[in-house]
Design a binder for this molecule. Structure first.
Ligand code: FES
Length: 179
């Protein structure tokens, strides 16, 4: 006889939070985006586990394929746990011209992020350190080209960034964490 394995469920607190968010969204168009955004923000590791996507799909009657395609299409959503701090380096043309590649390479070394070895995708980075302290990402343009090179650290934008200043920011975050 075949035994059917129970589907993993999100923790109860996450289910309750998702229920509240879904109820508050009240069938508005674009509600799915807003639901996913709030649920991700609520997650301590700022991501959307598969179980919560399935739960949202069931509760909203939106097919899982549609929930999944929204969660994978928008760069703001994460399907993997994120670090305590996120550093995002702009790799747009203006920032590239002003040295953002060196900032990226320096930061990869400092955080111990291994090289992907894929030359074609060398500038596309979205990785979290094994200790989950830092997530390192790249972006195509922050729309702040006059401030190039631009780096975002935990949602704060820093213009005219240089290696020393970035090193100080990382050190300060590490120090914060050690407190
Ligand atoms: S290219 Fe970096 S902010 Fe536009």
């Amino acid at each position: 006889m075949k035994s059917k394995l129970a589907k993993p469920q999100p923790p109860l607190g996450d289910q309750e939070f998702a229920d509240q968010v879904i109820a508050a969204c009240d069938d508005r168009s674009g509600a799915l985006l807003s639901i996913l955004e709030k649920v991700q923000e609520h997650n301590p590791h700022k991501y959307l586990p598969l179980e919560i996507l399935e739960y949202i799909s069931e509760k909203t009657d939106i097919p899982l394929s549609q929930v999944f395609s929204v969660a994978t299409f928008f760069a703001l959503f994460n399907l993997e746990p994120q670090g305590d701090h996120t550093i995002c380096i702009c790799r747009g043309t203006a920032c590239h011209t002003r040295g953002s590649r060196s900032l990226l390479e320096r930061l990869k070394l400092e955080l111990g992020v291994p090289d992907s070895g894929d030359e074609s995708g060398a500038d596309k980075v979205c990785v979290t350190t094994p200790d989950r302290k830092f997530s390192l990402r790249t972006v195509a343009c922050f729309g702040q080209c006059a401030l190039a090179p631009v780096v975002e650290v935990d949602h704060a934008i820093y213009g005219h960034m240089n290696e020393q200043a970035l090193h100080r920011e990382v050190e300060a975050l590490e120090h914060d964490k050690a407190k």
